[in-house]
Design a protein around this ligand. Structure first.
Ligand SMILES: CC(C)(COP(=O)(O)OP(=O)(O)OC[C@H]1O[C@@H](n2cnc3c(N)ncnc32)[C@H](O)[C@@H]1OP(=O)(O)O)[C@@H](O)C(=O)NCCC(=O)NCCS
Length: 197
């Protein structure tokens, strides 16, 4: 019985992963307590964890405490990107003081079909700029995280600076590239005009 379930589950996952057209589907929604397990699995994935400022494996307790606090904080937005009820990515926006300027962070399942990250990021940016009235989104990436650097640039983010040797991981220092995207420069903005209020 368990074997049958595992085989069916693997088939379903393979179907989702193989079908690249899925990247045109999917939607972003607020993270809920029911997402804790799948988001933790993604967050602790070796290919995600190594790009994060906090790199240790996060325990379920630590993760639950983080969610309890962050989900109650009105300046923090926690979003999950899912396709056919499977969670493929996570985006967080954090406004430091009521300025309309937010920091964002994100990651996508390394097994996700190509284009899922872009689809998720575009929907997230449309949401904050249009629906939330945010003025600027800021991001930071390690200077060796080429995927993220290229990804920010392709979304229209400008490189605004480099924080040299700004992060110590316990062994060595790493530089961070700072990115910023103003609402008026957002490449996904045209889609705002097509949408009816
Ligand atoms: C950063 C991150 C989200 C970028 O994801 P990504 O895989 O580059 O983004 P996409 O899924 O949109 O894929 C982009 C690539 O697929 C291509 N692509 C997009 N849609 C496609 C499609 N339908 N079919 C085939 N290829 C497609 C793009 O042209 C692009 O190619 P390129 O890398 O040669 O430019 C991802 O690497 C990640 O989660 N990394 C770990 C966490 C992390 O670093 N987070 C950011 C911290 S600052």
């Amino acid at each position: 019985m368990v074997t049958v379930f595992i085989v069916l589950f693997k088939q379903l996952k393979a179907e989702i992963i193989m079908d690249n057209s899925n990247c045109d589907q999917g939607s972003l929604r607020p993270m809920m307590a029911g997402d804790l397990a799948s988001i933790l699995l993604l967050r602790n994935h070796d290919e995600i964890r190594r790009y994060m400022l906090t790199q240790h494996k996060i325990s379920i307790n630590e993760h639950t405490l983080w969610f309890d606090k962050a989900s109650k904080n009105p300046s923090t937005e926690l979003l999950v990107f899912e396709i056919k009820n499977k969670c493929f990515g996570f985006v967080q926006f954090k406004e430091s003081s009521n300025t309309g300027i937010v920091d964002w962070g994100f990651y996508v399942d390394p097994d996700a079909p190509k284009g899922v990250a872009r689809r998720m990021a575009e929907e997230a940016l449309r949401t904050v700029f249009k629906k939330k009235g945010i003025y600027k989104v800021c991001g930071r990436a390690f200077d060796w995280n080429e995927s993220s650097i290229n990804f920010h640039k392709s979304l229209g983010f400008a490189q605004e600076g480099v924080l040299r040797d700004h992060h110590f991981d316990g062994l060595s220092y790493h530089s961070l590239i700072c990115f910023g995207l103003l609402k008026r420069n957002c490449k996904v903005r045209e889609k705002f005009n097509e949408e009816k209020e």
